[in-house]
Ligand binder design. Structure first.
Ligand code: PBG
Length: 323
């Protein structure tokens, strides 16, 4: 050894066994949540072109996929339901309820069933709430619809209701509605710090939910605004959210760390969104990186920043190699 350069930190990095011993951030398969897309009117499952490696499921193929997920030690799932018909109002939730009750009937308490709660797959214009003739989003009627929908989902067996719409005061309204309807046990995982992001692009194609006019900037958080992100999680915590969330994950690790610091008594989820995942897939398809290793690297960074729960399209693929 060259005496002019004594080893200090490189001692810790010299072998894989020592690196394993000294690693201080860990991932467990129980922290990961696998999202699924389920389409009305589909005869059998198909590849989902917008998000590589994911499927368009029917309610039946969803059960098979969850079964495979369980074999990979992934117990928590987040479902997105894509109805055939778009309408201005008077939505029909029979398809959603068929999915939820099907999963619960088959898996009971073996699976944590989280359901995304939003209006954007139903509305004609693809916005997350009802629009007024002037093109604004009407907060009050949107929240009422979301709360009614949440109660139906809970009654059908959803364990966790996960509102992603970003209307004001929805967490309080949903909690109240659930309690009045005898669903006190249903958890609420709020998309509490959800930014207006380009990284939702692949998802919007998948869920047929791109807005037909304008954008989501009047309800999702401006990427420049840290204070709004903290206020939004604070508001949802005070209204009774059981789990908070930061979304997207990788471009918002600072927010994740700060929300964790302020609300260390609440579990915190991070959503590695479609664009983050698909970006890694595209680079790997071009031979620029190893998908699984890059995915793990991003998940470790999200965990290091403070996430207790990580929602990622790669959950099933990674489950088995984690403890
Ligand atoms: C619907 C919703 C979106 C995502 C989750 N729920 C899209 C959006 O808000 O435009 C994004 C998920 C992803 O990109 O993986 N409100």
């Amino acid at each position: 050894m060259d005496a002019r350069y004594p080893l200090t930190l490189r001692r810790q990095r010299q072998s894989s066994a020592i690196r394993n011993l000294l690693a201080d951030v860990h991932l467990k398969s129980s922290m990961l949540v696998q999202p699924y897309f389920i389409y009305q009117g589909l005869k059998s499952s198909e590849a989902l072109p917008a998000i590589f490696g994911q499927l368009k499921n029917t309610p039946e193929t969803l059960l098979k996929e969850i079964e495979k997920g369980l074999e990979n030690k992934i117990q928590s799932v987040l479902t997105f339901h894509v109805p055939q018909e778009k309408k201005a109002k008077d939505f029909n939730y029979d398809f959603d309820l068929e999915i939820i009750s099907g999963v619960k009937k088959r898996f009971g308490h073996d699976v944590v069933l989280m359901t995304d709660l939003c209006l954007c797959s139903h509305t004609l214009d693809g916005h997350c709430g009802f629009t007024t003739p002037q093109g604004d989003i009407d907060n009050h009627s949107s929240v009422q619809e979301l709360a009614n929908k949440a109660l139906l989902f809970a009654q059908a067996g959803a364990d966790v209701i996960s509102p992603s719409d970003m209307m004001d005061s929805r967490i309080g309204a949903i909690r109240e509605k659930l309690n009045q309807g005898g669903q006190e046990k249903t958890l609420i995982m709020s998309y509490s710090s959800k930014f207006s992001s380009q990284f939702y692009g692949p998802f919007r194609e998948a869920a047929h939910s791109a807005p037909s006019f304008g954008d989501r900037k009047s309800y999702q958080i401006d990427p420049r605004n840290l204070k709004d992100a903290l206020a939004s999680s604070a508001r949802d915590a005070s209204e009774g959210a059981d789990i908070l969330m930061v979304k997207p994950a990788l471009a918002y690790l600072d927010i994740l760390a700060k929300v964790k610091e302020s609300y260390s008594h609440l579990p915190l989820a991070a959503y590695q969104v479609s664009g983050e995942y698909q970006g890694l897939k595209l680079m790997s398809d071009h031979g620029l990186l190893s998908f699984e290793q890059a995915l793990l690297e991003t998940l470790y960074s999200i965990r290091r920043a403070g996430a207790d729960i990580i929602i990622t399209y790669g959950a099933n693929q990674l489950g088995l190699q984690l403890k």
